[in-house]
Design a protein around this ligand. Structure first.
Ligand code: SAH
Ligand code: MG
Length: 206
């Protein structure tokens, strides 16, 4: 059973994770083997709280990596830009204060380990086998490919690769997450588990 308080806090939080997909992500994390859960793309902490709802019960941690400067679509002039997220002192997006408020208000600071950095830099320093890897960072082809190449090798055998915003039809959304999902599946290294909405779940077999 997932932590009900954290699930409720996740559902209330600002972000890009529908409740049914968040719950499916949390259930996958609950069922994953031993080891830390790692998220690429913290944003304001919504999906982080779904993962925390599982980590709280598992007794483990959620590591979440983000430079907190936003993806392409969050920048001024783009579809998902929110001017309130710009730090006027620096002139750049800063989602870290909002992220910290979300995690603190939900009482999840003890299970969430926030890493403020480019995911590709952390991937090169990382050495701990992961129970679940959730890829939800930048959705350009270059970044999505780099996240898969940099992080998937850290997944433990039996661990779960979760990919968000996977749309088979270009009319529904960008294709970069779909392409890394296909690439992972076509590698023959993963078995697909039951996903939800645009969330795909793959178990690493070897
Ligand atoms: N998982 C969140 C949404 C993430 S939005 C949720 O469901 O609530 C994507 C995030 O990826 C943004 O916050 C952006 O800053 C981050 N991001 C983009 N490129 C990145 C990179 N190279 N390294 C780290 N974070 C990155
Ligand atoms: Mg997403």
């Amino acid at each position: 059973m997932l932590d009900a308080d954290l699930l409720a806090a996740a559902a209330e939080a600002t972000g890009f994770m529908p409740a049914d997909e968040g719950a499916a992500l949390a259930q996958a994390a609950l069922a994953a083997p031993d080891g830390p859960i790692l998220e690429v793309g913290s944003y304001l902490g919504k999906s982080t709280l779904y993962l925390a709802a599982a980590a709280r019960v598992r007794g483990g941690k959620v590591v979440t990596v983000d430079h907190h400067r936003g993806s392409e679509e969050h920048q001024p002039g783009w579809e998902y830009h929110d001017p309130h997220l710009v730090d006027p002192a620096v002139g750049l997006i800063d989602t870290l204060p909002g992220f910290r408020r979300t995690i603190a208000a939900a009482g999840a600071e003890d299970v969430v380990v926030a890493v403020v950095a480019r995911a590709e830099d952390v991937a090169r320093l990382w050495a701990t086998p992961l129970a679940l890897l959730f890829l939800d960072g930048s959705h350009t082809d270059e970044s999505a490919q780099r996240d898969l190449a940099g992080w998937a090798p850290h997944l433990t055998v039996g661990g779960v690769l979760a990919i968000h915003d996977v749309f088979a039809d270009p009319a529904d959304g960008g294709q970069a997450p779909y392409r890394i999902y296909r690439q992972a599946l076509d590698s023959g290294t993963y078995t697909e588990l039951t996903g939800q909405g645009s969330l795909r779940l793959l178990r690493r077999d070897r």
